[in-house]
Design a protein around this ligand. Sequence first.
Ligand code: DGL
Length: 279
Amino acid sequence: MALSLMPMEKHAPIGIFDSGVGGLSVLRHIREAMPNENLLYFADSAHAPYGDKTEQAILDRTLAIADFLLQKNAKALVVACNTATAAAIKAVRNAYPALVVVGIEPGLKPAAQHTRTKMIGVLATSGTLSSLRFKQLSQQITTTTEVHFVLQACVGLADQIEKGELNTPATEALIQRYLTPLLEQNVDTLVLGCTHYPFVRPLIEDIVRRLTSNPITIIDTGDAVTKQLVRVLIEHQLRETNTPPGTLTAFTTGDLPALKTTFFNLLGLQPPVLKAGTT
Ligand code: DGL
């Protein structure tokens, strides 16, 4: 399955993927920071959500998608999914040692630097929160600081966002149910540990305002991941030098019109959307 890597070119595209549309919250930062890069976006919507799948299942999907994007000549891979990063980034790096691979993880470190109450709420999938990688990251921080992470698996929330339900009563009820116990424990910082969640950030902010008058900071790592991507592309002399705009092509294992609609609704973009040929 692993391809032998050809020497990469600056003009080659960056491959970005997620279980579904969550990675669009990362793609928007990447486009803003590097409007001249050519991008491929892969939504594995036929297999979403990843949050409650086994690590092995996520690993298999991630390697199949990496393979697909490399066949499309990707010069770098962005795993724009916290759950897939936790389960599979090590395996991707082992399979493609010469490839630039950037993943996304919940912003525990910036949250620890920011909190005053020392109580930090982490919203993520159960897959991310139960992963060894997450446990190691949180332990590293809790052994060297006095912060406490209050973990909240947001079962069903990525699904609501996949369906485009960014502001419906059902989504609101779900978020309120997940936020209430965190705010009762005096968290002053909320980490969005899933790339789908930035799309319901306005609703999260509204609900927070209703539940508490204390100031709450929300941490999203889409921007930090983009900065990291820029750094590694420059380091590997892979940063595109053409003038903007770069191209954008999307692939999905799911429904083509659904992804087209989501691109337009969430980002105002109308890229070509093609059926992905992975099983
Ligand atoms: N967007 C993904 C993440 O960042 C996962 C959502 C899901 O498929 O459960 O974790």
